[in-house]
Design a protein around this ligand. Structure first.
Ligand code: UD1
Length: 361
């Protein structure tokens, strides 16, 4: 049987790795990986394949950065040729990026079975491009793998037949569990004893110069109390450069390039608190038991709030320094690790895939 995986953007890479590994145990399974090229910088892509022990992608569609419509359309037109030529029995897509929905649409049009890993998550905020990607991909998928029970409830409400839906747990945590012992300590020599780790890249946070400015002001205030480490996503770097207009970058903030997986995980596990607008980092901090302050008004990962260490601070930026103070005083939010976030989601997905494709064991 011939399985095609499609990935394109940084958060996809830790999700494909455990599924690809688990499927590779079965000699009857042939797999190939299509990288759309949505992310293309070494630090946003190649280094993840290296560190996660993934073979380099078999095909790169090299779409690069452009508007959402152009990016989605280019992936579709290039991926269609791949599917027609390589005739996969199943295409697997991951998460909620433009590459995910583009590949899903191609499969639906060609009648090729589609599996969606990380199905059912909903922020109920359609201004987020990812929410549109999630809704459409789930409507088109034949196999839907959810990380938590809220995903199953959302899919049921949307009329998706429960036979298609499998609660398997969190594949991103599979990778975290496997890689945690290898987190690079080299950074730790120069690390402060206590620090705040920041990532911000959502359009809602970085595209408005005024809002970005307010956020940087707040981070500078926090940095007068405790060091702030800020690996900067390319999108955010562009916006910051526009805002600073040649002026000095904020001195108290330690801005750095995007970090490889192991280095970032190493920073996360030792952080006093993380400030972020990422989806995956809300999950990783919950697993690690590190308090997380999410600068968003909603989350498609509510279990990180109800069970984990995550707090949504929304647009109330003044809450950030106050919550950081709480953590520094030893009163950070405690949580538990959600069930099935145990490092075995990739194995569970593999069992379902093999069963649905008629064996191969
Ligand atoms: C994308 C995903 C988002 C995910 C994020 C993780 C969508 C709609 N968004 O957002 O869900 O959380 O990836 O990083 O799919 N750029 C580079 N080098 C790169 C990639 C991007 O310089 O390797 C720059 C380009 O100028 C580009 C900008 O970053 O225009 C944004 O990249 P894009 O892929 O459009 O969206 P992200 O913000 O990365």
């Amino acid at each position: 049987m011939n399985i095609c995986h499609v990935v394109g953007a940084r958060p996809n890479f830790m999700k494909i790795a455990p599924v690809h590994r688990a499927l590779s145990q079965y000699p009857a399974v042939r797999q190939f990986v299509v990288h759309t090229g949505q992310h293309y910088d070494f630090n946003m892509s190649d280094v993840f394949f290296q560190q996660l022990g993934m073979p380099a992608p078999d095909i790169n569609l090299q779409v690069g950065s452009c508007s959402h419509a152009q990016q989605t359309a280019q992936i579709m037109s290039r991926f269609e040729g791949v599917v027609l030529e390589r005739k996969p029995d199943l295409v697997m897509v991951y998460g909620d990026v433009n590459s995910t929905v583009a590949a899903a649409l191609v499969c639906a049009k060609l009648g090729v079975p589609l599996a969606h890993v990380e199905a059912g998550l909903r922020s109920f905020d359609r201004t987020m491009p990812e929410e549109i990607n999630r809704l459409l991909t789930d409507q088109l998928a034949d196999l839907l793998f959810t990380p938590s029970p809220d995903g199953n409830a959302n899919l049921e409400r949307e009329g998706i037949h429960r036979d298609k839906v499998h609660l398997v747990g969190n594949v991103m945590i599979d990778t975290l569990v496997r890689m945690l012992p290898a987190t690079v300590q080299s950074l730790s020599t120069e690390l402060p004893e206590r620090y705040v780790l920041v990532t911000l890249h959502r359009p809602a946070n970085v595209d408005s110069p005024e809002w970005l400015g307010e956020m940087i002001d707040v981070l500078e205030r926090i940095a007068t109390r405790v060091p702030v480490l800020f690996p900067v996503h390319p999108r955010t770097r562009q916006r910051l450069a526009q805002r600073m207009n040649g002026n000095l970058l904020p001195a108290q903030l330690r801005l750095m390039d995007p970090l490889p997986y192991l280095e970032f995980l190493g920073l996360q596990r030792r952080a006093a608190v993380v400030i972020t607008d990422s989806g995956g980092i809300q999950e990783e901090t919950t697993y690690l038991g590190v308090p997380c302050l999410t600068v968003r008004e909603n989350t498609e990962r509510p279990i990180t709030v109800t069970e984990g260490t995550n707090i949504l601070v929304g647009r109330e930026l003044a809450r950030l320094p106050a919550e950081v103070e709480k953590v520094l005083a030893g009163n950070g939010k405690k949580g538990v690790v959600p069930s099935l976030w145990d490092g075995k989601a990739g194995d569970r997905i593999t069992s379902v895939v093999l069963r649905s494709l008629g064996g191969a064991q």
